[in-house]
Write a protein that binds this ligand. Sequence first.
Ligand SMILES: Nc1ncnc2c1ncn2[C@@H]1O[C@H](COP(=O)(O)OP(=O)(O)OP(=O)(O)O)[C@@H](O)[C@H]1O
Ligand SMILES: [Mg+2]
Length: 478
Amino acid sequence: MNQGIKLDSITIELVLEILGEQVLKVTGKELTEAEKVVIRGAWDGKDYSEIAHTSGHGMYYLQQKVGPPLWTMLSTVVGNGVKVKKANLRDILLKVVKKDYFKKLEVTCQDNDSLVGRTKIHGELPEIEHFYGRDEEINSLKNQIKLFKQRCISITGVGGIGKSLLAVKIVEEILFENQDLYDYVIWKKIERFSTIHDVVTELIKIFNLGENENNFKVKLSLLFKELAFRRCLLILDGFENLLQTGLVERKIEFDNFFDTITKEQYLSCTIITSQVPLKEFVYTTINLPILHLKLQGLELNAAIEMLHEKGLKGEECKELIETYRGNPSELEVVANKINRYFGGSIQKFFEYKTTVMGSQFQLMLHLQFGNPGFLSQLQRQILIYLAEQIAEDPTPVPFSMLIKYLKEQLKEVSVSKVMTEMEILEQRSLVETSNGISKQEISYGLQPVVKKYILIDPLGLVYKTCKRTQLTNYVEAG
Ligand SMILES: Nc1ncnc2c1ncn2[C@@H]1O[C@H](COP(=O)(O)OP(=O)(O)OP(=O)(O)O)[C@@H](O)[C@H]1O
Ligand SMILES: [Mg+2]
């Protein structure tokens, strides 16, 4: 059982134990008694004379002989690019303990039904190898959950933007700060072509309920009772996999589902990650008490740090980040290609004027353009037009130009319908908007990866629809 750590209960002895292990691993040496004395003193904010006074060592010895080589060694072992000094030691060591806790937690959470403190973890949380940035999102969501008792949060964004990883990070941070806040953490990965019925059935099965129950509403009431009287942190990862177009009954079921998981008296919180905004699932536009976060690319500094770690340097990093809109999975793929083919030179890569497409982003586009896909015929037509137009002239396409084109192509065009379709495309981050020089009329553009996908049409899904089996096979393989 992983015992977890409470932030206010971190002692210097625990810190020294974790730090000692890391120092030994990197340098092959144990921390000496004198080094421990200096670290203990710095942790308590003491100056060298106080440390000397209480430890029995001479001040000159600690300050001149022990301190300087210790800071140099610690900078290498735990500095992560930052110079370790007496003044910043406490902050750095807290980060070291936190990181060590997360690593051990991830190992624990690989087993189904593991225990962290008194919290039962159900399901396998994805492992985090590296994590950059997102401090603002993490702090804000953590506050929403812990302080404001938010009952449902949706994290939406394109494939590979980091929705699942952000959800894992929030779980880890919450467990780190208080491992007894929840009775259950349930990580439910949603499989493609499953239904909301399947999800609810599986959830109540976790609580050993509803084995012979077939009625959806009864199942929902069972789920309601569990979420109301237990403290659960429920993560539904990949909610877009439940989207099936055209079924009104299904939409009513989603209404009922959201109504159930957002009831006021809850002690529980549900986090949903989805490529498609939740309002596309529901039939009525009921005012759901859900907090929506649309996840954008990594902030510039975090993305630069990520590229630096991969060995890419220089001003061109910024252009690379802009091209891939800070999407971490895309940046990872392109950085690996640049290292492999161009010896790490972004400049050389740019000379070829090519765009790399990562598999996670492509998979999202396959799901959008597939058959059955998430795009309507009109949305598909609009995207193709934008891609072809932008390939000829990169300036964003004004709304009036788009309407003119559609009027030429189709017998009847409802402008309000086009507006609705454009809003959906925008919310799914498939088109980008700008208000142009005139600042009056909206114009549309595409990010380079989306444009490339449409123009090269890798699976033949864009220009002509394919059979469902083809997509299923791809999803299973991908
Ligand atoms: N904050 C981050 N720091 C470092 N790498 C990240 C970060 N976020 C995401 N990544 C990288 O991008 C990959 C994709 O992230 P993730 O699986 O969370 O995306 P997603 O938005 O859930 O995508 P999908 O919609 O396909 O499920 C991760 O495996 C990781 O390599
Ligand atoms: Mg995901």
